[in-house]
Design a protein around this ligand. Structure first.
Ligand code: C5J
Length: 220
């Protein structure tokens, strides 16, 4: 085990059984004209996480550790989109509607792609998920178990929605979870801060929180 200084106490990283999970670094959340903007958010806020996410990806690749990417998106016929999700909100554009980056949150459309700086490399697992959490309707749990992965390091957007949901799902399934605080971002800074506090509260009720520098220094 490698001890990573973290909140609420050092995270025991198992170098033989760890994977990085990069949640939803998609144009639809990060660039104007996508899903995030349709909900009235200042999407440019999320750009601040890109350098740390990209550096974290490079760190894992340099060690030969697996990198897993998720994308929140739906089948072109929207058969995996519950009516409750399609109809939620009062914005002009909804999931499946046309926009400047193609149909919003639809698989294969430009907006559903991962931003270039964080793009998957050949051989890396890309999980398309119809929900907020990475385990719902994806089959990824079996893949992780097959690969012997027990430790998950989380990054991506948004902190309080898909990152937190995925981390909670993973925690309930017995994975040891660490979120990298500067490699995740929210449209709402107070929600990011509250989420990171919630995760580490009660002696790590959902997992651990650490900045990228702590991971880097522990691995140097
Ligand atoms: C949202 C996400 N916020 N990736 N998705 O709807 O966090």
């Amino acid at each position: 085990m490698i001890e990573i200084p973290a909140d609420p106490y050092p995270y025991p990283l198992d170098p033989d059984h760890v994977a990085l999970v990069v949640i939803d670094m998609q144009r639809d959340f990060i660039e104007p004209g996508g899903f995030g903007a349709a909900l009235g958010n200042d999407v440019l806020r999320l750009r601040s996480a890109i350098p740390a996410v990209a550096a974290l990806i490079r760190l894992f690749r340099s060690r030969g550790w697996p990198v897993i990417h998720t994308r929140e998106c739906h089948a072109p016929d929207l058969s995996d989109l519950p009516a409750s999700k399609r109809e939620r909100g009062r914005g002009a554009a909804r999931i499946g509607d046309p926009g400047p980056m193609g149909r919003i949150l639809v698989r294969g459309e430009p907006g559903a792609e991962i931003v270039a700086d964080c793009a998957a490399q050949p051989g890396e697992l890309v999980v398309d998920k119809p929900g907020k959490g990475m385990f719902h309707a994806t089959g990824v749990e079996a893949t992780l178990r097959d690969r012997g992965i027990t430790h998950l390091v989380f990054a991506g957007v948004t902190t309080e929605v898909c990152v937190q949901t995925s981390m909670r799902e993973a925690n309930d399934r017995g994975f040891e979870c660490l979120v990298i605080s500067d490699a995740t971002e929210s449209y709402l800074p107070e929600f990011k801060a509250a989420t990171l506090r919630m995760i580490a509260a009660q002696d790590g009720i959902v997992g651990w929180v650490a900045p990228l520098s702590a991971l880097r220094e522990a691995l140097a």
